[in-house]
Design a protein around this ligand. Sequence first.
Ligand code: PLP
Ligand code: ZN
Length: 447
Amino acid sequence: MKQSANLVCINPKCGKQFPIKSFQLRCDKCDFLLDVDYKDAPSSKLKDVFDERRNPQGSIYNESGVWRFRELLNFCEIDTENLEECSKFLVSLDGAEGRQSKPYHMSKVSSFINIDNNNLMLQPEGYNPSGSFKDNGMSTAVTHAKLMNAKKIICASTGNTSASAGMFAANENMECDVYIPDGQIAPGKLSQAYQFGTQMIKVNGNFDDAFTKSLDAAKQLGSYTVNSVNPFRIEGQKTIPLRALEFLNWEVPDWIVYPGGALGNISSCGKCFIELHKWGWIKKIPRIAAINAEGANTLYQLYNGKFENEELRWNDGIPNLELIEKYYQAMSQDEKLKPKTKATAIQIGKPANITKGLRALEFTNGVVIQVSDKEMLDGMSAVGLNGFDCEMASGATVAGIKKLLDNEIMKKDDKIIGILTGRQKEPMLPIEYHNDPNNMFAVPPKS
Ligand SMILES: *Cc1c(COP(=O)(O)O)cnc(C)c1O
Ligand SMILES: [Zn+2]
C-alpha cells in the first residue's frame, strides 16, 4: 500500500503544511510543533496483515516490532509490500527494534499494587536492542535522516537516547554527536554510546541546556536532530501502544501509563489513538496517565494548577504558552524548582513535547501525578521479583498505578497497561536497594 504524507503544524488555527523531505521541527509561521500527517485512512483489514507478519517469513521488516506496522508510519511513501523498496528506505537493526516487546502479567507487581492480576499488564520496552523504548522511535527518525541525506545525527541525552542514536548511527555508518550535561548521566548508558563510537560533547549545565546547544548544532548542513521534538521519532513510538493493542486483540484498555520526561512517549501514544479513532479502527479511547518524578514535575505542576492556580490545558490548540514560559522563568531563578531525581531518564525540567503531551492528555482525558524516588525504587524492585528488569524511571509506572488505585482515580476492575521504558543500566541501584533491609522488597545478602 502506498501512502501520501505531509508534515503539518499542530496548531489548529494554523495548520501550515510542509513537505516530508524537510528539516523543519517547528512551524515557521507560529512556532508550534509538527505532526506527520497521512492523507488516506488505512483499512482496518491491515490488522490481519500485521498479525500474519508475526510469522516473519524471512523478512526483517516483518520481524521488526516497528516496521511490522509500516502502513501506519509510511512517511517514506513507499510500496510497503515491496521488500526491496523497504530495504532501500527503512532503517532497522536486523528487525530487532520492538521485536521482543509485548505486555505481560506480573503477579508480584499486581499484589504490590493490590489489583487482580488479570487487570494489569506491563510492557517491558527495555528488551529493545539498546535497552530502552528509544529504539522504536530512533529507527524511524534515522530512516528520515537518511531520506534527507543527512551524514550526522545529533542529540542531547539523559542517556538512553544517546545509546540508541549511537547504535543506529554505527549500524548505518553515520556520524553521531551527543550533547551531555557534564557529570549528570548514568555511566551505564554513557558507556554504551562511547562503545558505539559517538562523539561526546560535554555541556556545562543540565539536560535542558545541553538540548538547546544540540539544536543549534543541528542547524549545520548535513546534520539532523534525533531528539523527540523530531516528529518522526513520534511515529516509531506509536508502535508501543500498537503492539499492546494487537496483543489485546484490539480491545482498548482503560488506561495506558508512562513515566513523563520530555513527553515524547505520551505524545506518540496520544497521536496513535487520535489516528486510530479518526480512521474508525477503535471507538473507545483509553486514558493516559503520565507519571512525573517529584523532583522533576513541570507537567504535574502546570497540569494540576499548582502554579499560578491555572490548570494548563491543550485547550483545543490554544494552550497558555505564557504560563509555561513563566514557569521556566521561575525555574531558572529558584534552585528548588530545578530538576532533581535519581531517575535521570526523567530528570527533565522543560519537556520539549509539552504541547503535544497536552494534546494527548486532552484527547484521552488523561491525568498527571507525581511519585517520589523511593516509590520509584520500590516499583522497579517489584518488577525485578517477576524476573524482568527495568530501570528506576520505569518504576514510576508501577508506583504511579499504585497511587492512582489508592486514590481511586483508577478502579479495581479497570484494565491497565503500564509501559516499562528501559532496562536496568545502573548496577549500583539494585545493590544499594537490596543491601538496605528497610526497603520493602530488599533481599539483603547473608554471610
Ligand atoms: C527517555 C526515557 C523516559 C522519558 O520518556 P519521554 O518520552 O521523554 O517522556 C523514560 N524512561 C526511560 C527509561 C527513558 O529512556
Ligand atoms: Zn503553524
